[in-house]
Write a protein that binds this ligand. Structure first.
Ligand SMILES: NC(=O)c1ccc[n+]([C@@H]2O[C@H](COP(=O)([O-])OP(=O)(O)OC[C@H]3O[C@@H](n4cnc5c(N)ncnc54)[C@H](O)[C@@H]3O)[C@@H](O)[C@H]2O)c1
Length: 443
């Protein structure tokens, strides 16, 4: 069993640390956000993720999982140090590596013996080399350090099971010793183990996210064309998805992708290419389609409300960028709400768990509703923005009674249009009906 430090106790770091503790290792999760560490020490979770809190508490009680904001001390006590800090989009679109640099310097200062330093953060090609140099520049004692890339593929909302049952584990290293330690660390997980050099591993993570984002933008574009030719995109998705080369997953169009990864990672990869004088045409188009999809949704809603949302009341179901998380980073719902409010609409919003996060980060301008039906009271239009399970069986008879208007905008294609229209409501989905046609977004 290993002594592991995780630097950065966010979605990735906390899940990684907790799962490694669950696998029997001794883990210390470190963060420079002292408030977050205090919350965790009290046995609470700083964000919602299914199964995570029970696992944290169990491993804390077993003495395998600790939390601290003393990063240097945590590094000194560990043989493997994971870097899991954020790499957000910088102002120029490149990944902002300031937290990675700061952490590398801290590891250098704390270096007191041989270590394996593993990057779980999503970082551009060449970052591993940069981390090695920064550690060397800052270390007082000379010790062997292997810098390994081990990109994370977990999905928020199913992060614990994704970690425990991964599709694959990717490890980038040229050191046989580091490879052996990483194989040992993951030995109890039954998954293909892909070993590459560091640069290739760094590239794999960007290529994976860029491909997934491309799939979403592709289906959004197909949905938009379906609207023009009066074809139901759901049937098209089924019709092409059974081809194994295409696959059935990620075939659902919607109101655009969001979250903390796809937007920044697609842009960062594009910037990596631009920096080498390559114009990444597909990546640019993927971003553009996504951007237009949110604008197009706004335009469709305006049109459904007679040309303007001003003075209208809109009930929004779902704030998080996807179900089973309270993460609202780059959530399409938040972008749309911002446009509604700026255009003079009143917004009543519900989300099963993301209300507090939204209140803290977005604040005023929205009326937050504890019950989903409360958000629909006297509203002119219902917007389903996040496909939480509890919305799937909404009672449309009740919806009809509560609403002032009659438009149901199904931004994730989860409702049965017949059930909606049977109650005298008007259904608008994404690529599903003969609803108003837009050849271009107009906002
Ligand atoms: N969230 C995801 O679903 C996901 C999935 C795969 C990969 N990733 C990648 O993993 C990385 C982390 O993402 P996240 O969503 O967990 O980020 P996050 O913002 O939730 O967490 C990052 C944490 O790092 C801490 N931190 C920042 N600087 C620090 C420092 N100098 N010392 C100690 N702690 C510091 C922050 O306080 C924060 O708690 C990113 O590179 C991201 O692209 C994220």
């Amino acid at each position: 069993m290993r002594r592991i430090a995780i630097i950065g106790t966010g979605y990735v770091g906390l899940v990684t640390g907790t799962c490694f503790a669950e696998l029997g290792n001794t883990v210390i999760c470190l963060d420079n956000d002292a408030r977050k560490i205090a919350v965790l020490k009290r046995g609470e979770a700083p964000f919602f993720e299914p199964q995570l809190l029970e696992m944290i508490v169990r491993n804390q009680h077993a003495g395998r999982l600790q939390f601290s904001s003393d990063v240097e001390a945590g590094v000194r006590d560990s043989e493997i140090v994971f870097i899991a800090v954020g790499t957000p989009m910088g102002e120029d679109g490149n990944a902002d590596l300031s937290a990675v640099r700061a952490v590398a310097a801290t590891i250098g200062r704390a270096l007191n013996g041989p270590k394996i330093v593993v990057s779980k953060s999503t970082v551009p090609v060449e970052t591993g080399e940069m981390v090695s140099s920064i550690i060397a520049e800052n270390s007082i004692e000379a010790h062997p350090v292997d810098v390994v890339s081990n990109p994370e593929f977990l999905r928020e909302g199913s992060a614990v099971s994704d970690f425990m049952q991964p599709d694959r584990i990717v490890v980038g290293t040229s050191s046989p010793q580091a490879e052996a330690v990483m194989r040992d660390l993951y030995a109890s997980l039954d998954a293909p183990f892909v070993v590459t050099d560091v640069r290739t591993s760094e590239m794999i993570k960007y290529a994976a996210n860029a491909f997934l984002a491309t799939k979403i933008s592709f289906m959004n574009e197909i949905a938009n064309i379906c609207e023009l030719v009066d074809v139901d995109v759901k049937s098209v998705g089924r019709g092409i998805g059974f081809d194994h080369r295409i696959g059935t997953q990620f075939m659902n169009p919607g109101i655009g992708y969001g979250g903390s990864c796809f937007p920044k990672d697609v842009r960062a990869l594009e910037k990596i290419a631009n920096g080498r004088n390559y114009d990444a045409t597909i990546l640019r188009a993927v971003e553009q389609v996504n951007h237009e999809q949110i604008k197009r949704t706004f335009a469709k809603i305006e049109s459904a409300l007679g040309g303007s949302v001003a003075g209208k009341s809109i009930g929004v179901l779902g704030l998080a960028f996807k179900p089973n998380t309270d993460d609202i980073r780059e959530a399409p719902a938040i972008h749309l709400i911002d446009s509604f409010v700026r255009s003079g609409a009143e917004v009543f919003a519900h989300d099963p768990i993301a209300i507090e996060v939204t209140r803290a980060e977005v604040g005023a301008g929205i009326t937050y509703c504890a019950q989903m039906y409360e958000a629909l009271n006297e509203c002119d239009l219902l917007l389903l923005a996040t496909e939480w399970n509890e919305y799937k069986n909404i009672d449309f008879r009740m919806v009809r009674k509560l609403m002032r208007g009659n438009v149901v905008f199904d931004g994730r294609n989860i409702f049965d249009p017949e059930k909606v229209t049977a109650e005298g409501l008007r259904y608008i989905g994404v690529g599903r009906s003969k609803e108003p046609v837009f050849s271009q977004a107009v906002v």
